[in-house]
Design a protein around this ligand. Structure first.
Ligand SMILES: [Zn+2]
Length: 234
């Protein structure tokens, strides 16, 4: 056991003993450990690595808050010998077909999009809260700007799902993507600030929909609230 580290936990803003917080959460870290090595993709490199991404960041109580939905999400990601979310979608009836693939209703296939959203925003928020050391001398973080505080309150259960954020989850059917973890990074080319990451076969994009027209915003948000849909990328 190392010496205890004290500091301000950025999730509850209290002075506390800080834990070894993992970038992608404890649950995914354990899966990663099971594998020994995983492919990590950063903006500059793709590498097979056993490196663990962690920092003294959160207090124990805040780790537990994020951990509950991390364990839930962990059940659905690619687990090397099987990929529960993709398997579930393969036997389910899709909600509709779009240009991008099949869409599934989370409710219809028995998957809590609210819990997956909490997991995903937990990682995007951590990416904003700390500059993480990844491969070599690289560090990574994202800037959520004004969205950081509403996300923090939502993660702690002190605020609603942040207004204006749209989360899109795509399940990758290609084997190449299924063991991959890529750190959150800004996506280029769109009109609005957007970030994406890959967590073992599940690609998650977060967009700030604040600038959407009212009609667009409500139609996109409706698709990704409690009734959220999954896209299968074909
Ligand atoms: Zn805390």
């Amino acid at each position: 056991m190392g010496k205890p580290v004290f500091g301000q936990c950025p999730l509850c803003c209290q002075q506390r003993e800080l834990q070894k917080s993992h970038y992608f959460g404890r649950a995914l870290h354990l899966l990663w450990q099971e594998d020994g090595e995983a492919v990590l993709m950063t903006p500059k490199r793709v590498q097979l690595t056993a490196k663990q991404l962690w920092a003294h960041l959160l207090c124990a109580a805040c780790e537990d808050i994020l951990g509950a939905n991390e364990s839930y999400a962990h059940q659905w990601v690619n687990r090397k010998d099987h990929f529960p979310l993709l398997e579930r979608m393969n036997v389910a009836v899709s909600f509709r077909r779009t240009l991008h693939g099949l869409e599934f209703s989370g409710t219809d296939i028995g998957v809590s999009t609210e819990r997956l959203a909490h997991f995903a925003l937990g990682i995007f928020w951590r990416a904003n809260a700390h500059n993480w050391k990844t491969l070599g001398l690289q560090t990574t973080s994202i800037d959520l700007g004004a969205l950081a505080e509403p996300i923090r309150l939502y993660l702690r259960g002190e605020g609603p799902f942040p207004d204006g954020i749209v989360l899109l989850m795509t399940v990758c059917t290609g084997h190449g993507s299924q063991g991959l973890v890529s750190t959150p990074s800004p996506t280029k080319g769109g009109m609005y600030p957007a970030f994406s990451m890959m967590v073992r076969g599940i690609k998650i994009r977060a967009r700030n929909g604040r600038q959407f027209s009212r009609r667009d915003s409500s139609s996109v948000l409706r698709a990704f609230g409690a009734q959220g849909n999954f896209h299968a990328q074909l």
